[in-house]
Ligand binder design. Structure first.
Ligand code: SF4
Length: 274
C-alpha cells in the first residue's frame, strides 16, 4: 500500500499563534477564557482545558475577566462590550484575518457596498460583516445586486475556485468592482496539495474535527475526485474502505494538530505494513 501524506496538512500559523498566546496568558493568570473553541478540534480543546484555557459560550461564564479572541477574530461590538465591561482582552485575531477586516473598513470608507464571500455562520464572516457596519451582505448564488459599485472580500479559508465563480457572477451586474483577495496562503497550499494527492491516490482520508469548516471543505474537495473519509480518530478507519485500493492519501485541515495526523498515519501503516 502506498500511503501519501500531505506536507501542508495540520495546524496553520494563525491557530498556532492563538494557542501560543492563550498558553502564555493561562500561565500568567492561571485561566483564560475563549468565547467558542480556540481550535475546531475536540481533542485539542480538551488538552487546552487541562492547561487552563477554558471554552465558554457566554461572557457571564468568564470568571476572571481574561478573554482571548480567537484567530477568526470577533465582531467589533463584542470587542467594544469587553472593553466597556473592563475585561482584559488577549487579541489573537490572526493578522491575515485582521487585514481582511481592515480591507472591509477601507471599502466602506471609500463608498463601496461590500460583498463577503464565505460561510454565513462562520465567526470570521460574522466579524467581517461587523466591520462593514450593515453596508454589506454575504454572497449567495441567488444574490441580486442593485448597487453599481461593490467591494468583494473572501473568507480567508475559501477555495479560490469558489471565489472565482462568485466574482464572475457578481461581475454581470455591476459597473465597478474592487476585489481584495484575502484568501490565506495556508488555505491555498492545503487545497492545492489535497487536490493533487486526490488525483494520485485511490482513497483520501481527511483528518480533523467534524466541527472544523476548513477540514469539512477539504473533505468535500477530495470527495469530488476520489472516495474520501473525514475522520477524527484512527479507530474510525474501516478496512472495508480499502478493498482493491493501492494508495491512500492523507490530508488534514488547518485546525488539526500534527500528532492527530501522526496517529492516523501510524494506524494505517500498522494495517498495511510495507
Ligand atoms: S487559515 Fe490563514 S488566515 Fe485563517 S487563521 Fe490560519 S493563518 Fe490565519
Amino acid at each position: 500500500m502506498n500511503i501519501i501524506r500531505a506536507k501542508h496538512g495540520g495546524v496553520c500559523v494563525g491557530v498556532e499563534r492563538a494557542i501560543r498566546m492563550a498558553l502564555e496568558a493561562a500561565e500568567k493568570w492561571k485561566h483564560v477564557y475563549s468565547l467558542g473553541p480556540l481550535i475546531h478540534n475536540r481533542v485539542a480543546v480538551e488538552d487546552l482545558r487541562k492547561k487552563g484555557i477554558i471554552t465558554v459560550d457566554k461572557l457571564n461564564k468568564v470568571k476572571n475577566k481574561k478573554v482571548i479572541i480567537r484567530s477568526h477574530g470577533a465582531h467589533p461590538t463584542v470587542l467594544d462590550r469587553l472593553k466597556k465591561q473592563g475585561f482584559t482582552i488577549i487579541d489573537a485575531t490572526c493578522p491575515r484575518v485582521r487585514r481582511a477586516q481592515r480591507y472591509v473598513e477601507k471599502l466602506i470608507a471609500e463608498g463601496y457596498y461590500v460583498i463577503i464571500v464565505g460561510q454565513r455562520d462562520h465567526p470570521e464572516v460574522k466579524g467581517l460583516l461587523g466591520y462593514a457596519h450593515n453596508k454589506a451582505e454575504i454572497y449567495s448564488d441567488k444574490i441580486r445586486i442593485t448597487r453599481r459599485k461593490i467591494g468583494v472580500v473572501p473568507q480567508t479559508t475559501l477555495d479560490i475556485e469558489h471565489f472565482n465563480a462568485a466574482v464572475a457572477h457578481l461581475m454581470t451586474d455591476v459597473l465597478e468592482m474592487k476585489i481584495y483577495n484575502t484568501i490565506c496562503h495556508e488555505t491555498i497550499v492545503r487545497i492545492k496539495e489535497a487536490k493533487k494527492i486526490a488525483k494520485k491516490a485511490d482513497v483520501m482520508i481527511v483528518v480533523g474535527g467534524k466541527n472544523s469548516a476548513n477540514t469539512t471543505k477539504l473533505y468535500q474537495i477530495c470527495k469530488k475526485s476520489k472516495p474520501s473519509y473525514h475522520i477524527e480518530f484512527p479507530d474510525e478507519v474501516s478496512p472495508e474502505w480499502f478493498t482493491g485500493v493501492k494508495s491512500i492519501g492523507i490530508t488534514a485541515g488547518a485546525s488539526t494538530p500534527k500528532d492527530q495526523v501522526d496517529s492516523v498515519e501510524k494506524h494505517l501503516r500498522k494495517i498495511f505494513p510495507k
